[in-house]
Design a protein around this ligand. Structure first.
Ligand code: ATP
Ligand code: MG
Length: 564
């Protein structure tokens, strides 16, 4: 543990050792380097919190760098959503917003240096031949017939590639390393390719674009990154990262450190696959509240604090593992429990007429906004002859342990009175329960009543008079399988057809009509809810259920295990 009570994971240990030995003059400089080819997801949150978090903790700096080397997959909408998500999580890059493309000129110069050193060559094999020549994990590769081109010829061809004289796919620039290396990444990797498309940031200046591995280490070097934190799949690329910097004898050499990706049960963390859901209209967009994107979670009502807490709790290791969804939801619940004012809302109403309550009387009742925080004040709502309770809180023929309302039984209406069910009114034809006739006990008023009567059940309710209406959206998991894409499975087949339930006319406390953007509530007994920032407009109010009050994942997982 360190002074802030956070676990000293292996990256904290490395950084502290480096500071102690005055490596990099004690500086800590990190970067978060997304490719703008989609919206950020919960996996990225781990990387953001780690990179920005380490810089924050050790008095360092973190660059927000777009790794924009694939002009045909990137767009401005993605750029803006990424910036917005990082800011929302609470991090600030100050003046350190950069792009790999800011360095295209320098990268081009470095490529020329490599050619001049005899460490890069233009290869004119077609892509499938390059692949064949590369060998396999058990067979070494073969040298390209173009490997021994002269420096002059390479310089000339590379320059003409950039000038646009050749078509895409006809030539590439490759690093000259070792076709027999056991590490395939070192078998003369391609570092530049011809791509005749304009670039979001660099315009139409370039006909050649650098590849990721080559770009990344040099961008890190240019920004003087000290600790280049990335996910484990780059471990095998580290020798190439180091080769480029060593071969160019750069003045600074960042240290690449790998950690395991965050994988979450019942979730997909791949921009490409999430894009498929958006493109196919399976969800309403990247910010659909069911999406594991940061924009989706934000719209659903997750707080940035809870995601930061989650990122800390999952830890940083080199071990691949899947995190339970319930951990994420616990972080959300714990944060919202502290902050969210309470309210009563009836989602699936059953009408209750209190026959011994005067026809035109309306009583104003009060309740605290938060049970643990009196400073949040009180809320008020009416009690009148006709009220609504949840359909589920009444059973005509209840089992023994049902402590809510049933014929002849009593229950307490939260913050109000004890009522007794005297009669059930049904539709003659269908048998559907239409309403209940009840009586109330005036001596049992919450807080001031003189009766000592005790009942086991307490239920929420809303009066017909004085209440308001809103749309409420309830969400279930998006996928029915814990590992929707395991082993290359078609994750679309595991989509949950019932992942959203819309209730158009929920009966809400009158005070909720003043709810604005960013407002979060606990609807008593129902969960935490958030005002939908997109669809709440023109007088329409929409609430998203962020999370239920109790953990329901254990049950879901058990059902999946037993094949239900
Ligand atoms: P995706 O497959 O979703 O596109 P990616 O790794 O290609 O993921 P990038 O935009 O390149 O996405 O990611 C930016 C940074 O976030 C990288 O440093 C990457 O290692 C990190 N990252 C991406 N996914 C995860 C994850 N699931 N857990 C932790 N870090 C992640
Ligand atoms: Mg990527």
């Amino acid at each position: 543990m360190n002074e802030t009570g956070k676990p000293k994971h292996f990256i904290r240990q490395i950084i502290e050792k480096d500071i102690e030995s005055n490596k990099n003059e004690g500086r800590v400089i990190t970067r978060f380097p997304p490719e703008p080819n989609g919206y950020l997801h919960i996996g990225h949150a781990k990387s953001i919190c780690l990179n920005f978090g380490m810089a924050e903790e050790y008095n360092g700096k973190c660059f927000m760098r777009f790794d924009d080397t694939n002009p045909d997959k990137e767009n401005e909408e993605y750029v803006q959503s990424i910036l917005s998500s990082v800011r929302w999580l609470g991090f600030d890059w100050e003046d350190r917003l950069t792009h790999a493309s800011d360095y295209f000129d320098q990268l081009y110069e470095f490529a020329i240096q490599l050619i001049k050193k005899g460490k890069a060559y233009v290869c004119s094999l077609p892509a499938d031949e390059i692949k064949k020549y590369r060998g396999t994990l058990i067979e070494p590769g073969k040298n390209s017939p173009y490997r021994n081109r002269s420096v002059e010829e390479n310089l000339d061809l590379f320059e003409r590639m950039q000038k646009g004289e050749f078509e895409a796919g006809t030539h590439v620039l490759r690093a000259k390393i070792d076709m027999a290396s056991p590490n395939i990444n070192l078998r003369d990797p391609v570092i530049y390719r011809i791509l005749k498309v304009p670039h979001l940031n660099a315009g139409d200046k370039w006909n050649v674009y650098p590849l990721y591995d080559y770009t990344h280490c040099l961008s890190d070097m240019i920004e003087k990154i000290t600790h280049s934190l990335c996910t484990l799949e780059f471990e095998d690329h580290r020798p190439l990262y180091d080769w480029v910097l060593d071969t160019l004898e750069t003045p600074c050499h960042p240290q690449q450190i790998e950690f395991s990706r965050l994988s979450l049960n019942y979730t997909i963390t791949s921009k490409r696959k999430l894009n498929q859901l958006v493109e196919n209209g399976v969800v309403s967009g990247w910010d659909d509240p069911r999406m594991p994107t940061l924009m989706g979670m934000r719209r659903r009502g997750y707080s940035p604090e809870s995601i930061r807490d989650f990122a800390e709790r999952v830890g940083v290791t080199k071990k691949e593992n899947y995190i339970e969804m319930s951990l994420l939801e616990t972080c959300v619940r714990e944060d919202l429990d502290r902050k969210a004012p309470r309210a009563m809302v009836v989602l699936k109403p059953l009408k209750v007429v209190i026959e011994n309550f005067p026809d035109d009387r309306v009583e104003e009742l009060e309740a605290p906004c938060h049970p643990g925080n009196p400073e949040m004040g009180n809320r008020s709502f009416s009690f009148s002859k006709t009220i609504y309770i949840e359909r589920d809180d009444f059973m005509e023929d209840p089992p023994k342990k049902f402590f809510r309302l049933a014929p002849g039984k009593e229950v307490r209406l939260r913050y109000a009175y004890i009522i007794k069910c005297d009669e059930v009114i049904k539709d003659d034809k269908t048998g559907e329960i239409l309403e209940l006739r009840c009586s109330y006990d005036p001596d049992t008023k919450s807080g001031t009543g003189t009766s000592t009567k005790k009942v086991k059940g307490v239920i929420h309710w809303m009066s017909e008079i004085g209440s308001a209406r809103a749309e409420v959206r309830l969400y279930d998991r998006l996928f029915t399988k814990a590992r929707p894409d395991a082993g290359g499975a078609d994750f679309v087949k595991t989509l949950n057809p019932d992942s959203i339930e819309t209730i158009e006319d929920a009966i809400i406390e009158p005070g909720l009509t003043n709810a604005g953007p960013e407002d979060r509530f606990q609807f008593e007994r129902l969960g935490y809810f958030y005002v939908d920032p997109v669809d709440s407009k023109d007088g329409k109010l929409v609430f998203n259920r962020t999370v239920t009050l109790r953990d329901s994942w254990a049950k879901i997982e058990k059902a999946e295990m037993s094949g239900k």
